[in-house]
Design a protein around this ligand. Structure first.
Ligand code: DAH
Length: 357
């Protein structure tokens, strides 16, 4: 019995994992284990022999069982220690930096403009950037030899040799979307059309691609007064200045009659432009009552309907609102510029949450 005891106590001490320990348990005290078989032999003994052997065997069984339980706990502790060692983590290390992009000021301002006009019942309309000359010019009352065609510095698309049709153009303004929107929905209608436009021009305030937003409202009795209210409402919301002053100057566009250019109040202090104060003026858009020929080109009867329209430079009002001095930098994709002037992805402009940071 002593040999049996020594065999299992040593084996248990040297076992390496839980499954080997379980094998040992079965071999020693399992149903057919060595100790169990010995216990069965008790029946064949004399009562005297049994009185000696019985308690010894029971004690051996208890000893083996507790040695196994102790070993099991020790193995579990060792496993936990090993896990703690291998999964150790230095929480004082500096965090990894992740690349983070920004929203371009043009995108941000487009969202701001859309939010303000949506609040006044304007939907967003779209048109192609490659236009035919009818939508870009003729339908807007700019016939082929009208001087306004030359003023636009138009980019013309190529035509195959011998193809005499007038070439397509990169749209020079968002005004052709007026025609497309009228064709699509008819009157009454209230839309804005933000988007890219192109002109062959390059200096501190001009790039060959830039952005405009067109506005148009057609109804039975839409007037110049409605235009003025809508624009004043817009500028107050956009620049976040209540009662910002505007100035309407008589002007001329082929697609409107009468026409007005609109300035907003501003001043220059130490070379810095301040919007909404002082006695200077800054031109921000062209507008007017839609010309009857333009309504007609869009399939709307000018004897029954009338409307206003306006066109505004998005990049320009972005420069004014956020104090960005050079337009050309907008399109250089310089990451330092984008980080400085860009917006966080969660700075979504809403009328109630505020339109700027
Ligand atoms: N399309 C004009 C431009 O690009 C801007 C403009 C002026 C749009 C008057 C209009 C308008 O809708 O009524 O210079």
């Amino acid at each position: 019995m002593d040999a049996l005891r020594q065999k299992y106590i040593d084996a248990i001490a040297n076992v390496a994992d839980e499954s080997a320990l379980e094998d040992l348990r079965v071999a020693a005290v399992g149903k057919k284990g060595e100790v169990s078989l010995k216990m069965r032999e008790l029946g064949k003994m004399t009562p005297e022999e049994r009185q000696v052997a019985g308690p010894k065997l029971n004690a051996l069984k208890d000893e083996i069982n507790s040695a196994i339980a102790a070993k099991k706990a020790a193995l579990a502790d060792a496993a936990l220690d090993e896990r703690l060692r291998s999964e150790w983590l230095d929480v004082t290390l500096p965090a990894r930096t992740r690349p983070r992009g920004t929203i371009h000021p043009v995108s941000q301002v487009t969202e701001e403009v859309s939010a303000i006009f949506a609040d006044m019942g304007f939907k967003v309309a779209e048109g192609p950037q490659i236009e035919n000359d009818w939508y870009n010019f003729d339908a807007l009352n700019i016939p082929p030899h009208h001087p306004a065609r030359q003023e636009f510095d138009t980019f013309y698309m190529n035509r195959a040799e011998g193809d005499d049709r007038p070439p397509h153009v990169l749209r020079t303004h968002t005004s052709p979307v007026q025609i497309r929107a009228m064709e699509k929905t008819g009157a009454p209608i209230r839309v804005i059309a933000p988007g890219r436009v192109y002109r062959s021009d390059y200096d501190q305030t001009h790039t060959p691609m830039f952005h405009q937003v067109e506005g148009m409202a057609i109804g039975k009795d839409i007037s110049m007064a409605n235009l003025k209210w809508v624009l004043e409402e817009f500028f107050a919301a956009f620049f976040e200045i209540d009662g910002i002053k505007t100035r309407f100057r008589a002007s001329h566009f082929p697609f409107t009659e009468p026409s007005a250019e609109v300035d907003i109040q501003c001043s220059w202090v130490d070379g810095q432009l301040r919007i909404g104060e002082g006695d200077g003026w800054m031109e921000v858009l062209g507008s007017g009552m839609m010309h009857p020929k333009v309504l007609q080109a869009g399939g709307i009867d000018p004897d029954k309907w009338q409307g206003f329209a306006f066109g505004m430079g998005i990049d320009r009002i972005a420069m004014l609102k956020y104090g960005i001095p050079d337009l050309r930098a907008f399109f250089d994709s310089d990451l330092r510029w984008l980080r400085h002037y860009g917006f966080g992805a969660l700075d979504m402009p809403t009328l109630h949450g505020g339109l700027s940071r």
